[in-house]
Ligand binder design. Structure first.
Ligand code: PEP
Ligand code: MN
Length: 386
């Protein structure tokens, strides 16, 4: 597993070179361009406009993974020389999505500078492995979008497959997840997943794609700012000279002029400051938070002990662990209490769903493990990966 450790420094991922070119969002990588390359004039016009704004990398989809047949599936190989030429004229490197080894061959043949693996491909380990095999020995940066479903292991697995094939320039792209949760966004950001991926792979540069998250152009700004607040290394944004005429993802594409305004409006953040007053304030507040977190954990630990005792009683009397009526009462009561304490009801609900799920697990395990060992460590976690 040594190859997994291949070192790539923060902000590298092969994009450092590109990063230097960008002028529109200081210190960040900005990837911009149409969802799809549609014609030579469309991609050339976009490239020239974007170069004036000062982007790092021009994107353009050649093969489009569309959900339904019958919609525009991408212009195909014929568009690769247009994309490359547009990049040359505008003096920006170019990036294209690959979903199949034949796409890799075609991109290499046409001198595409950066490749990306889309959400519908990251989800499939066979496809990712086929790409990784074909990329062996290729020294191009590869951006890996999150899988379409909220499964962090698939995302990490895709990055590992590339690393094992010797690819060292890897960048992660967060584009949101397809879920059933009600959301104003086309793809739910679920920020905790990229936060966890960055905790586990801190060396990987991280971009946010607010366009595919938002699904509509007016929601992009909020998400792009959130990405800055989360200290992302940059953004990937879909830009089309005439979004209303776009052959794919028209509703979420913005014009070059709108991109310029967006970039000027974003506030980049730093992780820290040496300002003495800030440091002393934050220190005191963090100490208080540390204490409160311990109290939360002490309370949860005691709660699970009680759950374990309850489970023994239930077992003895043949009562089910899951109690629909009790669960309804808990949700109603805790939500009401939480709201009175100015907490968001959805948050309280989700929090108690997690606690309840864990409590049920404790109850099952308490019955499997006899009482004498009950002081031993926590019950084992069920494996989640396939
Ligand atoms: C795209 O970037 O045009 C695309 C298809 O994205 P995703 O894989 O994130 O859906
Ligand atoms: Mn798109």
């Amino acid at each position: 597993m040594k190859n997994l450790e291949v070192g790539v420094g923060p902000m590298d991922g092969g994009l450092r070179r590109l990063h230097g070119r960008n002028a529109c969002l200081k210190g960040k990588i900005v990837v911009a361009g149409p969802c799809s390359v549609e014609s030579e004039s469309q991609i050339t016009e976009t490239a020239l406009e974007l170069a004036k704004i000062g982007i790092s990398l021009l994107r353009g989809g050649i093969w489009k993974p569309r959900t339904r047949p019958g919609s525009f599936q991408g212009i195909g190989k014929v568009g690769l020389p247009w994309l490359k030429a547009a990049g040359k004229i505008a003096k920006v490197p170019v990036a294209c999505e690959i979903a199949h080894p034949a796409h890799v061959d075609a991109c290499l043949e046409h001198g595409i500078d950066v490749l990306w693996i889309g959400a519908r491909t990251t989800v499939n380990p066979f496809s990712v492995q086929a790409l990784a095999d074909r990329l062996r020995g290729v020294d191009l940066p590869v951006m890996v979008k999150n899988p379409i479903n909220p499964d962090i292991e698939l995302w990490i697995g895709a990055i590992e497959r590339l690393r094992l094939a010797g690819i060292t320039k890897i960048v992660a792209v967060h584009r949101g997840f397809s879920t059933e949760r009600k959301s104003i966004y086309r793809n739910d950001p679920i920020w905790r997943i990229p936060i966890e991926l960055r905790r586990r792979m801190p060396e990987i540069p991280f971009l946010c794609d607010p366009s595919h998250m938002a699904g509509s152009s007016e929601l992009i700004k909020t998400l792009a700012q959130e990405a800055m607040d989360h200290l992302y290394d940059g953004l990937m944004i879909e830009v089309h000279p005439h979004p209303e005429k776009a052959l794919s993802d028209g509703a979420q594409q913005i014009t070059p002029a709108q991109l310029r305004i967006l970039m000027a409006s974003l506030k980049t953040k730093k992780e820290n400051t040496r300002a003495g007053e800030y440091l002393s304030h934050i220190d005191a507040l963090r100490k208080e938070i540390d204490g409160l977190d311990r109290q939360l954990l002490d309370g949860l630990s005691r709660r699970m002990e009680i759950v374990r005792d309850i489970s023994r009683q239930k077992e003895r009397y043949g009562v089910s662990f899951f109690q629909p009526r009790r669960w309804r009462t808990i949700v109603e009561d805790r939500t009401r209490y939480g709201v009175a304490k100015k907490l968001d009801p959805d948050f309280v609900h989700r929090l108690f769903e997690g606690i309840h799920e864990e409590a049920l697990r404790w109850q099952e395990q308490a019955i499997e493990a006899p009482p004498p060992e009950e002081s031993a460590a926590r019950p084992k976690r069920r494996p989640k990966t396939g």
